[in-house]
Design a protein around this ligand. Structure first.
Ligand code: ADP
Ligand code: F6P
Length: 329
């Protein structure tokens, strides 16, 4: 209706990620700046279906820019995978007068946004996951902070590995995408980076370590993505460490970083990107445009059709992987 004040909803969904709060803050402030009303929906699609939402004002999002996690909480909502759940979500949006929805989450959350869009509720996705596994975007909110967290933790591990002439085998998050392991592995000088995208052989890893031992290197970092692919069936960090110790004689210890990678104060890069993405999402909804995802491509914030985005295939940065292998001899 012409002249009617637009109301938008915003939610965070799936695995939380540092920077989500920066995105929420930008969505709320941008929308209010443009004369819109904003409803913060708690706990992702579960909260939508439970009508767990609260009107947000400019002060609702103060003092959150520097905080990890999400003030809107997040959840995984199996009900939303069914058409009946999405239909219920559409009806609730209509009942609550929500003219458009910003969904901050990963691929799964984008699929929910796609389904809601197809039912007539304009949705805009913002890529929020530490995995950096969204094909349509070169970057996802949470990734930069996660790799910096891993780097800080592994720098600490390096102290003790150095003192004991040991190998630290470190498991990081990333079920299907090894970007956390790849980027943090390079930043930490890992002698080997084991990924879902590149099947590894423990014999080859051990042979490389023995060659570097010959050059005088005495301590090692081996970075392992949790979804690693192995040619010899050795995939968990304990068995990888045992196999390395048996083959090289280097005492090996394991560390699983786990959910510490999901927390912490977002980096400056994270906050800026998330803020820019939030603003662009609101611009689109203000122009009556929905069913898009806001992504980062070649360092620019652009938007793509949500169906096109979900049909894209992720490209693995093989060059970066090869560089990591070459400079860790
Ligand atoms: P992420 O968004 O981080 O990938 P999930 O894969 O858990 O996390 O997805 C988050 C939520 O998105 C799910 O709990 C579900 O509510 C919704 N979702 C996931 N996949 C689909 C799908 N194929 N269709 C509709 N909704 C989905
Ligand atoms: O998708 C982000 C992620 O952190 C993955 O890297 C990890 O495997 C998964 O979430 C863990 O999920 P949960 O927090 O539900 O245990």
């Amino acid at each position: 209706m012409e002249g009617k004040q637009k109301t938008i909803g915003v939610l965070t969904s799936g695995g939380d990620a540092p920077g989500m709060n920066a995105a929420v803050r930008s969505v709320v402030r941008s929308a209010i700046f443009k004369g819109m009303r904003v409803l913060g929906i708690r706990r992702g699609y579960s909260g939508l279906l439970a009508k767990d939402m609260v009107e947000m004002d400019v002060r609702s999002v103060c003092d959150i820019l520097h905080r990890g996690g999400t003030i809107l909480y997040t959840a995984r909502c199996p009900e939303f995978r069914d058409d009946a759940g999405v239909e219920k979500g559409k009806q609730i949006c209509q009942e609550m007068g929500i003219d458009g929805l910003v969904v901050i989450g990963g691929d799964g959350s984008f699929r929910g946004a796609r389904d809601l869009s197809l039912k007539g509720i304009p949705c805009i996705g913002i890529p929020g996951t530490i995995d950096n596994d969204i094909a349509s975007s070169d970057y996802t909110v949470g990734f930069d902070t996660a790799i910096n967290t891993v780097m800080d933790m592994v720098d600490k591990l390096r102290d003790t590995s150095q003192s004991h002439d040991r190998c630290s085998v470190v498991e990081v998050m990333g079920r299907h995408c090894g970007d956390i392991a790849l980027y943090a592995g390079i930043a930490c000088g890992a002698v080997a980076i084991l990924l879902p995208e590149v099947p590894f052989s423990i014999d080859e890893i051990a042979a490389k370590m023995k060659r570097t031992l010959q050059t005088g290197k005495k301590n090692f970092i081996v970075m392992v993505a949790e979804g690693v692919t192995s040619v010899d069936g050795i995939t968990n960090v304990e068995s990888i460490a045992k196999a390395i110790e048996e083959r090289t004689g280097v005492e090996s210890r394991t560390t699983v970083l786990g959910h510490v990678q999901r927390g912490g104060a977002p980096t400056a890069r994270e906050r800026v990107l998330a803020s820019e993405m939030g603003y662009r999402a609101v611009e689109l909804l203000a122009e009556g445009i929905g069913n898009r995802v806001v992504v980062c491509r070649e360092n620019k914030i652009v938007d793509l059709d949500i169906l096109e985005a979900l049909n894209m295939k992720r490209t693995f940065n093989k060059r970066l992987y090869d560089i990591s292998d070459a400079i860790s001899i």
